[in-house]
Design a protein around this ligand. Structure first.
Ligand code: AMP
Length: 289
């Protein structure tokens, strides 16, 4: 397993692999690896002969008052976790900001998908997906993977990246991996470490709400009825001290547009974000009818 920082070094290896028609799978992360990330790496191996993991905390996807500075960074610990579990990967790409953004910040281009990004997480994080789209495009151009492996946990991200792939005719297939959870249902997240014990218990509200809402959804149910169910759950959560709903929505899973009525064959997403104290957690269920 090689650990490389420089783009030129990575490209040299990738070019060689391409010449030999070796299939490449790529897992982009911000590090602070947990079992969810490791699951993506295992799945990546099923798809390819060469697995690339990137570890890079991308500044352009953080808002001004977000946790960019305090986001956990520990490359050595991440490497230990991979080795400890015998996860088989070939290359870790860990660039610096200077490598990824060689031009001054004021000259950074903006890549935006407002149709998909100005909703759900994009309401409270208006520039987040612009940064995600930009860095993923850069990373895809460097790694040129046959398979891009991402988690369903960040569902809106997968929809936007699929659009990026389609819009720019990229030769990569997006594989979305189901969310890895703790035994009690809490979705694994690098931000869970910000929670104290009480908050850790309170955080279960996301999974519980999704599970209950799921039981009420069926073919034929109208937007009006869905909104009533969602409002009930929003009120319940907001009445709990220390919890505040950021969003709770049912949307079409293909394009994140509103659902007028659930019809047979439709794929929908129930998406939730809740502030547990100061920590904002997200989760979702995707259902096919
Ligand atoms: P991050 O490091 O948070 O940017 O996440 C890197 C990748 O891991 C993204 O594709 C996430 O969707 C994915 N991921 C994060 N948490 C989980 C989880 N609990 N289960 C599966 N994938 C996850």
């Amino acid at each position: 397993m090689k650990v490389l920082q420089k783009i030129a070094d990575v490209k040299q290896i990738i070019n060689h692999l391409k010449q030999n028609q070796t299939k490449i799978a790529f897992v982009p992360t911000m590090g602070a690896l947990h079992q969810g990330h490791l699951e993506l790496l295992k799945i990546a191996r099923n798809y390819s002969d060469f697995v690339v993991l990137s570890i890079y905390v991308n500044p352009t996807q953080f808002g001004k008052n977000e946790d960019f500075d305090k986001y956990p960074r520990n490359l050595d610990q991440d490497i230990s976790k991979i080795q400890h579990q015998n996860i088989s990967i070939d290359l870790i790409f860990a660039p610096t900001n200077q490598d990824i953004y060689p031009f001054p910040e004021s000259q950074t281009p903006i890549l935006t998908f407002p149709f998909l990004s100005q909703k759900l997480c994009g309401i409270s994080r208006p520039t987040h997906f612009d940064g995600v789209g930009l860095v993923v495009l850069k990373l895809l151009n460097i790694v040129q993977p046959d398979y891009l492996i991402m988690g369903q946990k960040d569902f809106q991200q997968t929809v936007i990246i699929q659009r990026l792939i389609d819009e720019f005719f990229l030769d990569t297939k997006l594989i979305t991996v189901p969310t890895v959870r703790e035994k009690d249902g809490l979705a694994l997240s690098s931000r869970n470490i910000y929670l104290n014990n009480d908050e850790r218990n309170q955080a279960l509200i996301l999974f519980r709400s999704l599970s209950e809402i799921k039981n009420h959804l069926r073919v034929g149910i109208s937007d009006n009825e869905i909104q009533k169910i969602l409002n009930l759950h929003k009120d319940l959560i907001n009445q709990t001290p220390n919890l505040k709903v950021d969003y709770l929505e049912v949307l079409n899973a293909k394009d994140l547009q509103p659902v007028k009525q659930i019809e047979k064959g439709m794929k929908i997403v129930i998406a939730i974000a809740v502030f547990v104290g100061k920590t904002r957690l997200i989760d979702n269920f995707v259902l096919e009818f």
